[in-house]
Ligand binder design. Sequence first.
Ligand code: NG6
Ligand code: CA
Length: 506
Amino acid sequence: MYIARTLFFALTLLVFACKTEKKDQTEPEEQASLPNIVIIYADDLGYGELGAYGATELQTPNLDHLANNGMRFTNGYATSATCTPSRYALLTGSYPWRNKSAKILPGTAPLIIDTTQTTLPKVLKQQGYTTGIVGKWHLGLGSGHVDWNQAISPGPNEVGFDHSYIMAATQDRVPTVYIENGKVDNLDPNDPIQIDYQNNFPGEPTGKDNPELLKMKWHHGHDNSIVNGISRIGFMKGGEAAKWVDEDMADTFLAEAKRFVKEKKDQPFFLYYALQQPHVPRTPHPRFVGSSGMGPRGDVIVEADWCVGEFVKTLEEEGLLENTLIVFSSDNGPVVNDGYYDDSVEKLGDHKPAGPLRGGKYSLFEAGTRVPFITYWKGKISPGTSDAMVSQVDLLASLAALVNSDATTQDSQDLLDVLMGKSTNGRDELIIEASTRTAFRKGDWAMIPPYDGPAIIKTVNIEIGNDPEYQLYNLKEDLGQQHNLAKSHPEKLAEMKAAYEKIVGS
Ligand code: NG6
Ligand code: CA
């Protein structure tokens, strides 16, 4: 009896021990099974800009490697044809046209993401991720007047990022300084920064009045304060030691991105690496000058491709490549001349930044929002091409699903299986946006409602989609949107209008 009891007790202990041991083992396993997530986001890179998307005049071997060994989406969309709204949607999972402030912002604009709003980094943080952003922000900072010489808040760190190393707006807008976790990097307190988007500071040179000081001349806009021989949008005084060197920007962001990975690699991390290329001013590092034969615009694309290669190499060296999902895309379509004389038009040659698509940045035609869209995960995503429709607004719900979170928003769809190449069941319909105008994609069709205003922005030479009549295109037969079928297909038009108005309101 005693023996039996002892045996029973011992057995119970053993079972209990096994159970506890099992529990202790699964938890770290679950942690470890959470992959790192990196979103690499180019600025103004068009659909036809990469070899993997048909470019023949530019070499982009590193991005081609991701595309050819991951999923290459042919119907991948930014929500918008300009930067701020696309970035807003990427981070919040909400259509930007729902937020009136989501339009191209000056460097002094307040933060347009509500600090209580759901964001992608917040969702990932809740699941145990360390989150970081390196690169272009352009979603506003502060809540009114920003004093650039004090802690700058709210900003990325208040909407879900543990770490931030950013430029406030764009490379062509002041302040031309890096901001790390809300503090201007390298700021000399004896040389405070002042910023004004209306008036110049007395005695300060400008691109308009002092063209002799410029190394790159402005074509339209961009005639305010001069920094490094390039005039910008907005006026800036002070902060000399903190000013960035444009030609070093790619290396600076790359170094920060690598540093983040190396420092955070022991826990699951999310990095939003927002490249500044090929947005204006195009300032390749000297070692890339002449690398494309296409002038600075081509050279900075080669430089961006190199950065991606170096970054991926770092993941590989750290043993993280098999455990990291990389998403690559662009915030909007391409523009050739966006405001500086930089040979982009003269040296473009046969390169077609938009590939076969019509329009470009600022446009409701396809080239405005249809962009390179690649998912790469070594050993997990089988190489392939997908024609499924996906939008960057879907990354929130899809990546939430990846990390076992049920977070979602009104507009974001869980397309994880599509991103992983396991399904071709993408979006059925999508609203696209360009400078607050909206248009509609559904099935094979694109519909652009009538809009007043010029059909072409002459300064940038882009057709932006304005027309007094409805436009309807069958993209399967007419990818270049040459044949408006609105009149010949009234039933299709009515169906599209109804579906569109159901989402945006009539
Ligand atoms: C426009 C600028 C353009 C670019 C764009 C923002 C002028 C004339 N043009 O207003 O150069 O900066 O804003 O681009 O100033 S985005 O990719 O950040 O949306
Ligand atoms: Ca952009």
